[in-house]
Design a protein around this ligand. Structure first.
Ligand SMILES: Cc1cc2nc3c(=O)[nH]c(=O)nc-3n(C[C@H](O)[C@H](O)[C@H](O)COP(=O)(O)O)c2cc1C
Length: 370
């Protein structure tokens, strides 16, 4: 009998044909200086599209102040919309679906990326490990400043604007990047949020910014085409919380009430972008499934077997793959048929040309060439 991972599932209004999703992967190959999606990116996403499959495009800045990494794309100008149209057309031509991940780096940035302004955050909390990427390579982040309460609404508006631009660019939905220590996560977790106003203190206040962003996105797209990504055990960006179970349990319950496309949960095996803690079970989706009844995508260190298992158990409905999808454009087919995988090229992850990006063959192409 065919495994459930390769069976049809409904995500928001979309009937997908399988449950193997491309995780958002920042590959730093946008056109410069426009931050528009490049032709190389259209080829890349097109290669990974499959009939009825779901792709999540990489973290995409909603404003200049939200930029963190040189070469990452953005979605707040017309030129950027034009770039993304080529990507969405390439994916749709193959019958695939694509959401874009909306990103604001908050304190994980550098004045070079924000146009000279100090990066913003809920509070000023020194960070010791965070980096931004500028034309001088990965550098320690710039000192940040705390947002005044009357500045927060403008950031919510930036997300609303980006959501409208995503609609124009032909995406099928938007995923809020609420994970990995960026601005929404900085508000949510108490290690980075020490505010004493309506956006700080109890979890009801710390979750406010994230929920206001969800309201803004759903005002443009409707709830069923909006998703949120969270990383309950992430450590990237010096992020921490004194009671993650309570914090993420509260948030998941609130999000459940919206009827979103999906909640995307990164498992604690992954602490940052790709630091893997082997042997750690998939506990995040399992825990949050108790309060989140809608569609769950789990991500982080999954193999064919563990992905099949979590979907069979029902703790996740779909599984997103990052690194394996980077080097296997036909990953859903390879997993389904239990075919060997190409190894990914870490040296080509962050920036570069087509090499290590668009030059991975499908299994059929490799078989023909052999
Ligand atoms: C090169 C690279 C870039 C990434 N960029 C993003 C990103 O833009 N947004 C995000 O939420 N996660 C990002 N991640 C995390 C992945 O989406 C995923 O959670 C992680 O790779 C673990 O999944 P895997 O074990 O299947 O690779 C990135 C990871 C890598 C390796």
């Amino acid at each position: 009998m065919e495994h459930r991972l390769y069976s049809s599932v409904k995500v928001g209004p979309y009937q997908l044909s399988h449950r193997v999703v491309l995780a958002p992967l920042t590959r730093l190959r946008s056109a410069q200086p426009s931050d528009a999606a490049s032709d190389m990116m259209a080829v890349h996403y097109g290669q990974r599209a499959s009939q009825g499959g779901l792709l999540i495009a990489e973290g995409t800045a909603v404003s200049q102040g939200g930029r963190s990494y040189l070469g990452a794309p953005a979605i707040y100008t017309e030129e950027q919309v034009t770039g993304w149209k080529k990507v969405t057309e390439a994916v749709h031509a193959k019958g695939g679906r694509i959401f874009v991940q909306l990103f604001h780096g908050g304190r994980q940035s550098h004045v070079f990326m924000t146009g000279g302004a100090a990066p913003v955050a809920p509070s000023v909390v020194p960070q010791f490990q965070s980096v931004a990427l500028t034309d001088e390579g990965f550098v320690p982040v710039s000192p940040h400043r705390a947002l005044a309460i009357d500045e927060i609404a403008a950031i919510v508006e930036d997300f609303r604007h980006a959501a409208k631009m995503a609609l124009k660019a032909g995406f099928d939905g938007v995923e809020l990047h609420g994970a990995n220590g960026y601005l929404p996560d900085q508000f949510l977790q108490d290690g980075s949020n020490q505010r004493t106003d309506a956006y700080g203190g109890p979890v009801e206040n710390r979750a406010r910014f994230m929920l206001e962003l969800v309201d803004a996105l759903t005002s443009v797209w409707g709830a069923e085409r909006v998703a949120v990504r969270i990383s309950p055990s992430g450590e990237w960006g010096d992020i921490s919380d004194s009671n993650p179970d309570a914090t993420f349990g509260y948030l998941a319950a609130k999000l459940d009430a919206y009827g979103l496309a999906y909640l995307h949960i990164i498992e604690p095996r992954i602490k940052g972008d790709d630091t893997l803690h082997e042997g750690q079970a998939d506990v995040a989706a399992t825990t949050l499934r108790k309060v989140y009844k809608g569609t769950i995508i789990a991500a982080g260190g999954f193999t064919r077997e563990s992905a099949q298992d979590i979907v069979a158990r029902g703790d996740a409905d779909l599984v997103a793959f990052g690194r394996h999808f980077s080097s296997n454009p036909d990953l859903p087919e390879r997993l389904k048929r239990n075919l060997p995988l190409n190894h990914y090229r870490r040296d080509a992850f962050w920036g570069g040309d087509e090499s290590g990006y668009n030059d991975f063959a499908t299994y059929e192409e490799q078989a023909k060439a052999a």
